[in-house]
Design a protein around this ligand. Structure first.
Ligand SMILES: C[S@@+](CC[C@H](N)C(=O)[O-])C[C@H]1O[C@@H](n2cnc3c(N)ncnc32)[C@H](O)[C@@H]1O
Length: 188
């Protein structure tokens, strides 16, 4: 779920080998383009079109650290509903969480014992109710065998949609969601 490649850029600068996956060709191209800069190290990048629910090209326990930033169900549609395996095409929260569970199991499988997995997740509102999407995903991580080391709150500033929602929240009396969770798990 490499998206625009931010994680790949940081990995390259930090001299870490990185394996990036995404189902969207556009995301993979952006990542390849973003990596066209020189650094004085030998870090290698593997950029592969792959559904994160099945990363069979990666061996069990091959990976030292997993970092992922999944879609938050269909809040942002990354492929406008055109790609069947894009999880941002799933509107139903519980159906989305079920598919995320498959990603979580794969992340657990590929990670070395003792190492860490970080997941950045946000919440949403539906039918005038707060939907704890991040906590639901976190619960599936615990069920998969991960232990939770940290829940780091990432505050959100200057979001594109903030202006529109500020007015709506005042009219309809609800609070804006201005944070995301960066869960840090360990495979023990
Ligand atoms: C929130 S974005 C990631 C943004 C990224 N952190 C960045 O800096 O650009 C989520 C990404 O997940 C990808 N994605 C959706 N479903 C996927 C799946 N089943 N397997 C792999 N990637 C998927 C989308 O194409 C999108 O690029």
């Amino acid at each position: 779920m490499i998206g625009g490649g931010t994680t790949a850029i940081e990995a390259k600068i930090l001299n870490r080998h990185i394996t990036c996956v995404d189902v969207n060709e556009e995301a993979l191209k952006r990542t390849r383009d973003a990596l066209k800069f020189d650094v004085d190290n030998k870090a290698k990048q593997r950029i592969i079109k792959c559904d994160a629910r099945n990363m069979s090209f990666i061996k069990d326990g091959e990976i030292d650290f997993v970092l992922t930033h999944p879609p938050y169900a269909d809040i942002i549609k990354y492929s406008d509903g055109k790609l069947e395996d894009d999880l941002s095409g799933i509107h139903n929260i519980d159906a989305f969480v079920d598919e995320m569970e498959k990603v979580i199991k794969e992340m657990f499988r590929v990670l070395k014992k003792g190492k860490y997995c970080a997941i950045l997740m946000g919440d949403t509102r539906r039918n005038k109710m707060y939907q704890p999407l991040a906590f639901k995903v976190m619960g599936r991580c615990l069920s998969a065998g991960f232990v939770l080391k940290e829940d780091i709150i990432k505050r959100q500033f200057n979001c594109k949609a903030t202006g529109f929602w500020v007015n709506r929240s005042k009219e309809s009396n609800f609070l804006l969601i201005m944070h995301e969770h960066l869960f840090i798990f360990q495979k023990i």
